[in-house]
Structure formats: structure tokens, C-alpha cells
Write a protein that binds this ligand. Structure first.
Ligand code: SF4
Length: 444
């Protein structure tokens, strides 16, 4: 295991207290009462936030279990109210501070010189599976539909990010295929000029039927999550019927036809499926798809335990004789390939084998990724707990000020930690996992 111990205290995702206080040069003392009359846009935002409060159960959804006592529930409710007030106040402060700052001219670059050109957009908080490492067993409380971004809002935001240098977009979830207007959204994104990729990460259960339409609309890459080649084990890991397994296998074969060499199968390696790595790897001889083995990461209520963690090195021992091949510039994956079976190159692999080593050998140094949650929160790091609501900013008067929104995004990126959202390693991540969203609400 090779976990960095570098000091990255310079960073810190955008939020609130840490972010706003860091922008205090010069500190602006605001007289709130008169400023309301002088700042109609801020007042409109305040009113919007107050209105949202009436319909929004929570700004930040954390796992809730049915085993809580009534007192727990009362306490939780009051904590949520405090959270909402706090978020509202911090957003107001943030906007007031940013009004005095210039809009940066350079692309979305953080203090470590990393330029951000890849946006992952979550389209849904729902999923038709309950994978152990992603979704708490009881599911997560769903927000009302009006709290989630509409297609129009997603396209507007995507266009702003695109203007700031984003050239790769991936649609995630929850399960993105549960979004009814998905094909229209992909077609809308495809209107953005010079976008290199429109990808999607899906569980594949309902993919086959929609795949031709999605490809026609502009989808260029698909990642399918699959953690077992055995239907019964699949059912245990996903807590859903074994019959779904066949549908996922069909989806992989269909993707190999529609998007050859642009399809990846993502497998999170756990003690339950480590014995299947060789069988997964052999799929790359039959199909032009890549197989990626992913280290299990700790998230809010996802059952991660240190003794169940299987590192990159341990995975490699399961697959001796692989050949190392080149990685791309911002690749999260270390790429390898199966060797040919004989000298005639017969049995040569069509696809690659990759390892995503976020925990034992992170790749944060070349990170170019930003995330937008289904309810419109910007997350500058997968593991960062802090968020800023682009939805609330956008929904203010006249559809939101483009300059203010761009400033918020730029300054959020500038506050990004160097690695793992400011956490030291996976043990530290586990200790703080309840401060972040469950994986299902981030989009992976
Ligand atoms: S952990 Fe954060 S900084 Fe590291 S690669 Fe993932 S998103 Fe980027």
C-alpha cells in the first residue's frame, strides 16, 4: 500500500465557513438590513431559499434507519433545521464576498495547477439495485422531484462548465437509466460544440432496450457496474433478484456491438468476488470491452471494513502474467492486458484490464474531475464533505447571474484539497464517512 502523507492543508472544498472566511481580504462588513433593499438579487435568493425550505426535507441527505427512537427523530429534525439555516446563511455570505472578487479568467484550475475538464453529473438519487458498497440496505430518503435539477437546468449548467473548459461529461446516478428524459438530455448535451465524450455509468439492468437510441443521441462511452459473473452471488451483492444478472450480461454484449472499445465493466473487488477476477479478465479475450477492478472505498453506511479491503497489490497476485500498457494523461486507471495465449497471437485480448487504486495508490495528483449531484450541489472531490448549491444560485431571479455562478465554481475549485477530500487515508475516510453523502447520492 502506498498512501501519501503529504501536507495538503492548503486545500479545502468550498463551503461555507472555511471558504468564506478564507476570502476575507479585505473583509467586508455588511450591514444586513439596509443591504437587503440595496441588493435585489440577494433578497430574491433569500426568498427562494425560504420557499425551498418549505418543500425541501433536507439539503444534505444522510442515511436514516428505521431503528431510531422518537427522541432520535426529534433531534435529527432539529439538526436538519439548523443545517438548513446554516447553509442558507453561508450561501448568502458567500455571494456577498464573491461580489467583491473578480471572475478568474483562466480555466477551472486549482491551487495545485490541476485543470478541471471532466464533469460527472448525477441524474437520479434512485436505483433499482441495492449494492452493498453503494446503497444503505434501507435505501436513502428521496427528495421531492422539484429539488432535483431539470433537464433544462442540467443543460444550462453543462454549458457553463463547457465554457470553462470541460470537454468530458459522464452521467451517473443512482441509476441514470431511471430518468425518463435521458435520451433528450443526451441529445441536448450533444449540441455542445467540441465535447470529446458523453459517457454514462449504469448498472445495465435496463440498458439494452434504450442503447441504440442513446448512441444515436450522442452517447459515446458506457461503463457498466458488475461485481459477479454468478447470478446468485450477484443477487446477494445487489440485494435484488438473480434474473437481473442475465439482463446485465446482455447489456455488456450489446455495448460491445454498439460501442466497441468504448465500453468498460466496473467490478468492485471484495472478499466475496476476488476469486472471480480471472474469469472477469478472460472476458477481454471475447469482447472488445475493458474490465476494471476497483478498490472498495469507505462511504457513509456502505459496510466497508479494513479487513475486507483488497488492495491493488493483492489483486495483481490474482492475475499473474499481465502486461503493463500505457495510461492516459488524467486516467484514474492503471492499465494492463492479458498476454496472448500462444506465439501466433491467437487468443489475443481485445479489451484491457484496469485497476482503480483510489485507496492504496491514489491518483489525485492528476485529478480533473468535478461532480454535480442530482439536487444540484457542486462537489469538487468525491470524498469532500462540503458542497455548494448551484441549483439555489441558478434558481434566483432571472435564472441566476452567470458571473456569480462562474465565480462560485472557480473559487470552489481553488479550494480543493490535494487528495481524498483532505483525508489522510482510507481509515481516516472511514472515520469521517458519515460526514459525506452515501455513494448513491454522489454518483461515484
Ligand atoms: S479523491 Fe478527490 S482529488 Fe482524488 S481523484 Fe478523486 S475526486 Fe480527485
Amino acid at each position: 500500500m502506498d498512501i501519501e502523507d503529504d501536507d495538503d492543508d492548503e486545500g479545502g472544498a468550498l463551503s461555507s465557513s472555511s471558504f468564506t472566511s478564507s476570502l476575507s481580504k479585505p473583509r467586508v462588513v455588511v450591514d444586513r438590513t439596509p443591504s437587503r433593499r440595496q441588493r435585489p438579487r440577494l433578497e430574491a435568493l433569500r426568498q427562494q431559499l425560504q420557499k425551498d425550505q418549505a418543500i425541501r426535507p433536507t439539503d444534505f441527505v444522510k442515511n436514516s434507519r428505521n431503528t431510531k427512537s422518537p427522541n432520535d427523530e426529534i433531534e435529527k429534525k432539529s439538526r436538519k433545521e439548523d443545517d438548513k439555516e446554516d447553509k442558507k446563511r453561508r450561501l448568502e455570505e458567500l455571494m456577498e464576498r464573491l461580489e467583491t472578487l473578480p471572475l478568474p479568467e483562466e480555466p477551472l484550475t486549482d491551487t495545485f495547477g490541476r485543470q478541471h475538464s471532466y464533469l460527472r453529473i448525477s441524474l437520479s438519487e434512485r436505483c433499482n439495485l441495492r449494492c452493498l458498497y453503494c446503497m444503505p440496505e434501507d435505501g436513502v430518503p428521496l427528495q421531492p422531484a422539484e429539488n432535483l435539477l431539470s433537464n433544462q437546468e442540467i443543460l444550462k449548467l453543462a454549458s457553463w462548465f463547457h465554457d470553462q473548459g470541460v470537454n468530458k461529461i459522464r452521467l451517473t446516478g443512482g441509476e441514470p437509466l431511471l430518468r425518463k428524459d435521458l435520451v433528450e438530455l443526451v441529445a441536448g448535451l450533444n449540441q455542445l460544440q467540441n465535447l470529446d465524450q458523453i459517457g454514462m455509468t449504469t448498472n445495465g439492468v435496463t440498458l439494452s432496450k434504450l442503447l441504440p437510441e442513446l448512441v444515436d443521441a450522442g452517447m459515446t462511452h458506457i461503463n457498466i457496474s458488475l461485481d459477479s459473473l454468478d447470478a446468485d452471488k450477484f443477487a446477494r451483492l445487489t440485494r435484488r433478484p438473480p434474473a437481473y444478472h442475465e439482463r446485465v450480461m446482455e447489456a455488456i454484449e450489446d455495448c460491445a456491438k454498439y460501442l466497441p472499445y468504448r465500453t468498460k465493466v466496473n467490478c468492485v473487488v471484495m472478499p466475496d468476488n476476488v476469486d472471480e477476477m480471472e474469469a472477469f479478465a478472460e472476458m477481454t479475450r471475447q469482447l472488445p470491452v475493458d474490465i476494471r477492478f476497483i478498490e472498495y472505498m469507505p462511504f457513509n453506511d456502505n459496510l466497508w471494513q479494513p479487513d475486507g479491503f483488497i488492495s491493488y497489490k493483492q489483486m495483481q497476485r490474482q492475475l499473474p502474467g499481465l502486461q503493463r500498457i500505457d495510461d492516459g494523461p488524467n486516467d484514474t486507471t492503471k492499465w494492463w492486458q492479458l498476454s496472448a495465449k500462444n506465439n501466433n497471437d491467437k487468443g489475443r485480448a481485445l479489451g484491457r484490464i484496469g485497476f482503480i487504486t483510489s485507496m492504496s495508490d491514489h491518483f489525485c495528483g492528476t485529478c480533473n474531475r468535478l461532480r454535480l449531484t442530482a439536487d444540484g450541489q457542486l462537489k469538487v472531490c468525491l470524498f469532500g464533505e462540503t458542497e455548494v448549491s448551484l441549483r439555489d444560485l441558478m434558481r434566483q431571479e432571472e435564472g441566476g447571474s452567470t458571473d456569480m455562478l462562474k465565480k462560485v465554481i472557480h473559487y470552489a475549485v481553488q479550494r480543493k484539497h490535494f487528495k481524498l477530500g483532505g483525508h489522510k487515508d482510507m481509515i481516516d475516510l472511514k472515520a469521517h464517512s458519515t460526514e459525506n453523502r452515501p455513494m448513491i447520492l454522489i454518483g461515484g
